[in-house]
Design a protein around this ligand. Structure first.
Ligand code: MG
Length: 265
């Protein structure tokens, strides 16, 4: 299966690093992909960082990438909004630098008064305050469109699993009675944007991820080959017992590199 793979999408949290701790084999795998003429892209549901901040973070871990190698759910959400509203849009945002940067880059106007917005957009916000959640809730209840970057209820940190965007969206949903439109994995939009960026097709693009219900489910639905690594959220037993398991279940990226070498031999 790997022999026919022409491009690789790699999740970041739980695949490349856990919190600030780098995981082994990343740079070696990327170099191998480049030597064998395969394209690659980091595809992350983490909306908190800008591409430059991601590049800086992994650079400190000895991983060479440039900003073009990053597709975050913040970037995917901003692109999606621009496609939906080509004439421009005002957004009330709950999020960090990554989402702010992505929305502004697309020319989306950020407003501080939620009721004056066309859309309420939420990613992860590590210092969100009750008043802001109240403003967002009232706007959504008043009929303003509700969009979320991703639905991960938690994400891996050195301390264990801590609340993710999905937990924040669940709060807003509970308070407003409205479900958000979510752009990040496992939704097709994010994978499709990634493949468009690389100019590849589903059948020849491998998705590598640690979380079954986002990385793997979404990719399988699009007909992409998948490889699961055990360095993040989902356990080996969980991967093996799901109805549609990933094609490969591997301890980590060093084993994926070995598998590529074997396949190419
Ligand atoms: Mg992950």
């Amino acid at each position: 299966m790997l022999r026919g793979v022409r491009a690789v999408l790699l999740d970041m949290d739980g695949v490349v690093y856990v919190g600030d701790r780098p995981l082994p084999g990343v740079q070696e795998l990327l170099e191998y992909l480049e030597t064998t003429d395969r394209n690659w892209l980091f595809v992350t549901n983490n909306s908190s960082r800008t591409p430059a901040q991601f590049v800086e973070k992994i650079g400190r871990m000895g991983i060479c990438a440039d900003e073009e190698h990053i597709l975050s759910s913040a970037l995917a959400t901003a692109s999606w909004l621009t496609e939906q509203y080509p004439d421009g849009i005002r957004a009330f945002m709950i999020g960090e630098d990554g989402l702010r940067w992505a929305l502004e880059r697309e020319g989306i106007t950020l407003v501080e008064e939620a009721q004056a917005a066309d859309v309420v957009v939420s990613g992860i916000d590590f210092s969100v305050r009750y008043e802001r959640l109240a403003d967002a809730t009232l706007a959504i209840r008043a009929g303003i469109r509700f969009v979320g970057t991703n639905s991960d209820t938690s994400f891996p940190s050195e301390r264990g699993q801590i609340p993710g965007t999905g937990a924040l969206l669940a709060l807003l949903e509970a308070a407003s009675g409205v479900k958000p439109t979510v752009i990040g994995k496992p939704n097709a939009g994010m994978f499709e944007q990634a493949m468009r960026k690389l100019g590849t097709t589903a059948a020849t693009t491998l998705m590598v991820g640690d979380r079954y219900e986002t990385d793997i489910v979404g990719a399988i639905e699009l007909g992409m080959p998948t490889a699961a690594v055990l360095t993040g959220i989902t356990t080996e037993e969980e991967f093996r017992t799901v109805a549609a398991p990933p094609a490969l279940i591997l301890p980590g990226l060093p084993e994926l590199l070995d598998a590529f070498r074997q396949a190419d031999r």
